[in-house]
Ligand binder design. Structure first.
Ligand code: HEM
Length: 153
């Protein structure tokens, strides 16, 4: 689906068309950077979980991922406003939000709530698969791995 890029003023910001493009690109770069850092932190904590490291419950583990996730969500909300597409209106964004909820649920089982090592490891792998699907949905603007798009849900 083609992306409609608003001018800065259409998106609710003062400024020229170029300002709008520059703001959108900056926000998307922040979003993609936050996506990369969140994945790295999840992989690191998964390694700590599998190796039984006490670092999993360290101050770092309790604070830094939440800061990064806040940046990821804030930039996501900003991007939806910029591209004028929204969850529950556009299927690929609905899919991203559903994927994010499933990813958070599986991530919590993997790093915290899973009662056995097998459950935690399975949830960890499941979370990584869901994460990959969210990225594919973002790139293809379709929940169906870019093969088709039923349009708006
Ligand atoms: C773990 C969660 C998420 C991941 C892994 C993720 C990943 C990505 C990636 C890789 C892109 C860049 C796509 C490209 O350059 O073609 C992107 C863009 C975007 N994401 Fe996310 N995202 C996540 C969560 C969200 C959420 C929750 C929303 C909104 C509800 C959202 C809204 C957007 C929007 C509007 C864009 C811009 C699309 C475009 O410019 O074509 N993202 N996301």
């Amino acid at each position: 689906m083609p992306i409609f890029l608003p001018t800065a003023s259409q998106a609710g910001f003062p400024g020229s068309f170029e300002d709008g493009i520059a703001g959108y690109l900056a926000l998307r770069n922040i979003h993609v950077a936050a996506v990369s850092v969140t994945l790295l932190l999840f992989l690191l904590r998964g390694y700590w979980m599998i190796s039984g490291s006490r670092l999993l419950t360290s101050r770092f583990s309790r604070i830094v991922p939440h800061v990064v996730d806040t940046v990821l969500l804030a930039s996501a909300i900003g991007l939806t406003i910029f591209v004028h597409q929204y969850p529950l209106v556009n299927s690929w964004l609905t899919a991203k939000v559903v994927g994010l909820i499933v990813y958070i649920g599986l991530g919590t089982v993997a790093l915290k709530r899973g009662s056995t090592a097998a459950i935690r490891s399975s949830a960890f792998v499941g979370a990584l698969i869901v994460f990959a699907w969210i990225v594919a949905t973002a790139i293809g603007h379709s929940p169906f791995l870019g093969t088709s798009d039923l349009g708006n849900l």
